[in-house]
Ligand binder design. Structure first.
Ligand SMILES: [Zn+2]
Ligand SMILES: [Zn+2]
Ligand SMILES: [Zn+2]
Length: 336
């Protein structure tokens, strides 16, 4: 199945849990095949990423230990693979709960009964959308506890007719048990990626705090509000704004006026200021069209503006280099 790059970058990130085929099946992005993008100023990019990550404070779990730009690569996805996840299922007939340890085990055990309940062999299996998750990034299939006397043979999730997950409890349905709270076990699991282990929260995977992508805008393309494709002139003005050479809103103003003459004046002014800053204007003069752009950009560096009806991408690697040089030269001038 084909997915657009934008969809992959926001909905199919590594380890992300997603509804697949109209909510019939839930899966987790298990493998991300990608090609490396070259010509990216990783030093600048990583300084922005690191700065953004710093708002998570001193937490180190899940973050790189060093932020050396040489340790990072920029990737463009080419294909992705999903695994069935979570691996806990409920029988629609006998209400039994099953947690499989792997996709292979699920295939092996469920196939024998035509993918029906391994206990009653009649009921259809419904995939649980509940997962355990932890601040360290650990995401796990819902843990089904075992009864001291009967193992997992009669375990069921008692919801007490409530939608509040906090109230739900596990119960062993074996008739040998006297009915009472002793048979009930709280829903929960521990994350063993720490010593001592820590308790994990649980929620439907679609809940916002279970997984969300972080993105950084490095080139903030203004809402240009034009219907047709954005031409070279406007891109140059966007570029000028990014470099801090044109005042904010220049590109938008020219887009709305639609006058080539005023755009040309703005570009000339921008270019003059570039030269005054002592920067080689060659990069600015080069066409910022698709031909010179990297074929894809990373979510860290690019947010597609909704209002733009275009597939054009800014030549980010050139931009970063140019901006870095601008800043270096300004710093030199200041310290001189
Ligand atoms: Zn059953
Ligand atoms: Zn953890
Ligand atoms: Zn029991």
């Amino acid at each position: 199945m084909r997915r657009g790059r934008g969809q992959v970058l926001y909905k199919f990130l590594p380890e992300q849990v997603v509804d697949y085929s109209d909510k019939e099946v839930i899966g987790k992005v298990a493998r991300w095949h990608a090609k490396e993008l070259s010509g990216i100023d990783m030093t600048r990019l990583m300084s922005v990423v690191r700065n953004s990550a710093s708002r998570f404070g001193t937490r180190t779990e899940g973050f790189p230990h060093g932020w050396s730009p040489g340790d990072f690569v920029m990737l463009e996805p080419t294909s992705i693979e999903l695994d069935l996840f979570p691996l806990t299922f409920f029988c629609k007939e006998c209400k039994g709960a099953y947690r499989f340890t792997s996709v292979n085990e699920f295939r092996h055990k469920a196939r024998d009964h035509d993918y029906r309940c391994p206990r009653c062999h009649k009921g259809g299996l419904e995939q649980a959308d509940l997962v355990h998750y932890h601040t360290c990034g650990n995401l796990e299939t819902l843990v089904v506890p075992k009864c001291h006397d009967h193992g997992d043979a009669f375990i069921s999730l008692e919801k007490f007719g409530s939608n509040a997950i906090k109230r739900w409890m596990w119960q062993c349905l074996n008739p040998a048990h006297p009915r009472g709270t002793l048979d009930l076990v709280r829903v929960g699991a521990h994350c063993f990626k720490h010593t001592p282990s820590e308790r994990m929260a649980h929620a439907p995977f679609r809940q916002g705090d279970v997984y969300y992508p972080e993105s950084i805008t490095m080139v903030n393309v203004p809402p240009l509000g034009v219907e047709g494709p954005v031409d070279e002139t406007l891109w140059k003005l966007v570029l000028g704004e990014y470099l801090g050479l044109a005042s904010a809103g220049t590109a938008q103003k020219n887009a709305s006026v639609g006058s080539r003459a005023s755009a040309a004046t703005s570009i000339q002014e921008t270019r003059d200021r570039l030269i005054k800053e002592g920067v080689d204007p060659a990069l600015f003069d080069r066409s910022p069209s698709t031909g010179q752009c990297p074929s894809g950009v990373h979510p860290w560096s690019w947010l597609p503006p909704r209002s733009l009806n275009t597939n054009k991408l800014l030549p980010l690697s050139q931009l970063h280099r140019l901006r870095t040089r601008c800043e270096e030269q300004r710093d030199q001038q200041r310290s001189a």
